[in-house]
Design a protein around this ligand. Sequence first.
Ligand code: FES
Ligand SMILES: [Fe+2]
Length: 419
Amino acid sequence: MLSKADNELLIHTGPGTPMGDLYRRFWAPVMLADELGGPDSAPVRVNVLGENLVAFRDTNGKIGLLDAYCPHRRANLFWGRNEEAGLRCVYHGWKFDVNGTCTDLPNCPEGETLKNKVKTTAYPALERGGIIWAYMGPAEKIPPFPDAEIFHAPATHRHIIKVKLRGNFAQMQEGDIDSSHVSFLHSSVGGTSLPGSRANPNTFVDKSPRWFTLDTDYGMMLSAQRNAGPDTFQWRVNQFLMPFCTLIAAQPGVPILGQLRCPIDDEHSFLFRVIASPDRPITDEERASYANGVFVPEMIPGTDRMRENMANDYLIDRDAQRNVTFTGIKSIVAQDLAISEDQRGPIADRSDELLTSSDRAIIALRKRLLTSVRKLMDGTEPPEANNPKAYRVRPGDFMLPRDVPVADGAKDILLIGAR
Ligand code: FES
Ligand SMILES: [Fe+2]
């Protein structure tokens, strides 16, 4: 459990909040590149971290991410004209470039000189791996972009969806690292893996893993150890990349799954579900399998909403729950959302939980985040933000002899990464 004070510290990410300040020290995933379109295409609303922004790609292909509200009389620039290397407010014609500089102020005689003094908030933004990333922290602290492989995958090597969720980013993220729930929530009746899932079958045999957590220079390595035979352990190793990304344990050779969380406000967040294969293109067969609605959920076309959602009880099928799957809910993401969108509401109250050793990774993650928040409040910057190479790690799900010491096992696990 967490004290109410610590819970408050963990969940708020709006401007000026301690966790919001921490998140803003890193490049944040804010939208899909496909949503933005080409040069001079329509501006797009971007609401993240409690801020209302508008994104556009200017005539020269540069990405702008501006405060949505025009500094003149606060009209919304979403209605603006994206033309000739800038976004023009349609209320009185003021125009801004991607840096937030006012380049035209045409509705008053003093505009020609006044425009040099007018600037609006503009955040640095760039496109990597099919995602538009923004840096929303202090200008002088802008970090290098991290080297995590899935953040750089070319189109041939990746499959990404973005889902808008009801729920605070922190409880969503806690679900990502929780290996214990996989044996239940994502299982079939009879205790095997879901039809169409790629999970290691042993995950459903030993349902009470032991946890080993390790603080690292990119975040945390969170390893769940399960019995897999008289001489063998199965290790499911999740990699948590500060401060919002979990690389989910997967067997060698399959594309990596990364779950990236971006707060919208305290009660809503985005999930960027990135499936990326660093070493090879995703095969046609793999892409075809994503259409079965289990590993990749079915989306409502043209939206960031899933067909299975809270309003329709995630299309739960009670017959299927009796006879086929543990939940009766089809996609793995919807199974997760049925839980995490309503842990007594969109913001979990962690003050009266009943945690056990199965929650050790969650306890460790909270501690890591809260420690980083407190250090930043005391003036110590998060070192991960300026250590891009540290992010070159992979998750894993594999067998090791039982007599490999834990520390060495952890080292072996790290060595399968991309360093
Ligand atoms: S409100 Fe934007 S130009 Fe007046
Ligand atoms: Fe899950």
